[in-house]
Design a protein around this ligand. Structure first.
Ligand SMILES: Cc1cc2nc3c(=O)[nH]c(=O)nc-3n(C[C@H](O)[C@H](O)[C@H](O)COP(=O)(O)O)c2cc1C
Length: 166
């Protein structure tokens, strides 16, 4: 309970100081229990914040076969992809439709960006994908997304947001 109260205090303080109405989004880790994620959504909505970024890196090494799997620290990129998409789905099922979710974790292609969108993300962010794909990655993703949207007969990205939740 004290965590909820502490978070509420932090968010309310930020909002009170936010004279310029800068959008405030809360970033969530993928390893929290579902109940904690949903608690966080409730507080974000109660405090009128502007969205959720899902997710940060994972400490899990489940299914990872890399010889470097034992290294300490947060894991990003493809091994995080499904875990992050699953968190987005959980959050999207629970949020009001108008609370934006930024989907991040293992996006490196149109297919992986589309997966996040269909899970409920209305924006997509990538970090590790750029390291491997280089600066043309965004263009490649955008072009591929157009094809996937056309294939599934969506007229815009917005129409595809949360399509897998139905
Ligand atoms: C080297 C590195 C540094 C990062 N630093 C931050 C940070 O300072 N703040 C933050 O919110 N997330 C940070 N992240 C997490 C990323 O923003 C992102 O949520 C995560 O890597 C999953 O996305 P990706 O698979 O596209 O990399 C960092 C990730 C990496 C790999």
């Amino acid at each position: 309970m004290w965590i909820r109260d502490s978070l509420r205090t932090v968010f309310e303080t930020l909002e009170a100081e936010n004279d310029d109405d800068v959008p405030i989004l809360v970033k969530i880790g993928p390893d929290s229990p579902e109940e904690s994620m949903l608690d966080l959504v409730d507080i974000v909505e109660e405090c009128d914040l502007d969205g959720i970024v899902a997710t940060n890196t994972t400490t899990s090494r489940e299914g990872l076969e890399s010889p470097r799997g034992e290294e300490w620290g947060g894991l990003s990129g493809n091994p995080l992809r499904e875990r992050s998409t699953s968190a987005i789905r959980t959050l999207a099922r629970h949020t009001d439709d108008d609370l934006p979710i930024v989907g991040v974790g293992g996006v490196d292609s149109a297919r992986s960006a589309y997966e996040k969108i269909r899970a409920g993300a209305s924006l997509v962010q990538l970090y590790t994908g750029f390291v491997y794909g280089g600066p043309r990655t965004a263009k490649r993703i955008n072009q591929g997304l157009v094809e996937l949207l056309e294939r599934d007969e969506f007229s815009s990205v917005e129409d595809a947001v949360g399509a897998d939740l139905e």
